[in-house]
Design a protein around this ligand. Structure first.
Ligand code: KG4
Ligand code: ZN
Length: 347
């Protein structure tokens, strides 16, 4: 087994990214470069990601991101062993833009292609950052995803449960909108919540009465809306204090649900008798310090080590795609020009 260097491309949502990762057997993987070009300002006027705008921006930015990633790594295309690209799930226009760019590079160089599942990219990140060994437990929490997975191998995951409606990030974003706070909602709600009383508004903890790891977050937003409207009726509007308390109450409810479901996921995971038990997080919501604290408590209770990769590797990036590409490449799992973009691609 030899040193592998892979260029990864990511364009499945609203970040265009390219990265180069190298792995020498027996050494920690090295992120030689990681370039992320966001699109927040392009979509901010619309209150959400507009697929057509995203696809056009990816098409415009991908080549430049690739050039920058190679230059920052000090490499040429011919120094690479393969091109890895997110082939789904995600917005079809963006995924297609990435897959076409990767195919162009593969044709030009003769390098193999590796199609990577975006969720696998997130799920394999603890191996890139911490060398975590299989099997480990993973909580993916982003604007589009929410699930507990056990990772058994680069292409083998068991899903223990997930959201049946909104993802937590989506719920944070909607909550921010309801309260007139800027997008993305997660950071603005967290900032407001810092000054708030999490106990003043007792919001529901959905699905805790049901066994298993499934979750629901859309009801929280409805409950919050009801509390807000009660205040508006009673006092003609909401004060800064009310808003802080609503944010704190909402955040505490999300953290409680994730922590309790994490306890259950850990119980299922420990039944596999892992030698070095780990629960890791990925996704933008993993940035939330109340949620991290709740998961750290569960980790301390259960003796399962908690791993939170650096934030830049929790949110969408291409280093995770390059790394997942390295793992797949090592196991002999490569693609050819028939690689298809898959808007839906469950793990
Ligand atoms: O992983 P990510 O960058 O993109 C995908 O959704 O794939 O996650 C973005 C989501 C947004 O919904 C954002 O509001 C949320 O992560 N987020 C947070 C925080 N920072 C970002 N949610 C809660 N607290 C935060 N500090
Ligand atoms: Zn993602």
């Amino acid at each position: 087994s030899r040193t592998i260097t892979i260029l990864g491309l990511e364009s499945s949502c609203d970040d265009t990214a390219a990265a180069v990762v190298r792995h020498r057997p027996g050494h920690d993987p090295e992120i030689l470069s990681s370039v992320v070009a966001g699109q927040t300002e392009l979509h901010s006027a619309y209150g959400g990601v507009v697929p057509e705008i995203a696809a056009r921006a990816h098409t415009e930015k991908l080549d430049l991101c690739v050039e920058e990633a190679l230059e920052a790594a000090g490499l040429r295309l011919r120094d690479l062993d393969a091109i890895a690209v997110t082939a789904g799930p995600g917005l079809i226009g963006g995924v297609l833009a990435g897959v076409m760019t990767a195919k162009g590079l593969a044709v030009a160089t003769g390098l193999p292609l590796v199609g990577v599942n975006h969720l696998a990219g997130h799920a394999l990140t603890p191996r890139l950052t911490d060398g975590t060994s299989y099997p480990y437990l993973m909580l993916l929490v982003s604007g589009g995803h929410c699930q507990f997975l056990i990772a058994h191998g680069p292409d083998r995951f068991t899903r223990l449960g997930g959201t049946i409606d909104d993802a937590p990030g989506e719920a944070f974003d909607k909550t921010a909108r309801l309260l007139g706070l800027p997008q993305p909602g997660g950071p603005s709600v967290e900032t407001e919540a810092r000054a708030g009383d999490p106990k003043r508004f007792r919001l529901p903890r959905p699905l805790l009465d049901r066994p298993g790891c499934d979750m629901s977050f859309s009801g929280l937003k409805t409950a919050l809306l009801r509390e807000r409207d009660k205040l508006v009726t009673a006092q003609g509007g909401i004060t800064v204090k009310d808003r802080a308390d609503l944010c704190a109450g909402f955040q505490a409810a999300v953290a409680d649900v994730l922590a309790e479901k994490a306890r259950r996921a850990i119980a299922e995971y420990l039944a596999l008798s892992p030698t070095e038990p780990v629960i890791a997080v990925a996704g933008g919501v993993a940035a939330n310090s109340a949620i991290r604290a709740a998961l750290e408590t569960v980790s301390a209770e259960t003796g399962v080590r908690f791993i939170a990769p650096p934030l830049a590797l929790c949110t969408d990036n291409a280093a995770m795609i390059a790394w997942a590409g390295i793992e797949k490449f090592r196991s002999g799992d490569t693609d050819d020009m028939t690689l298809a973009a898959r808007p839906r691609w469950p793990l």
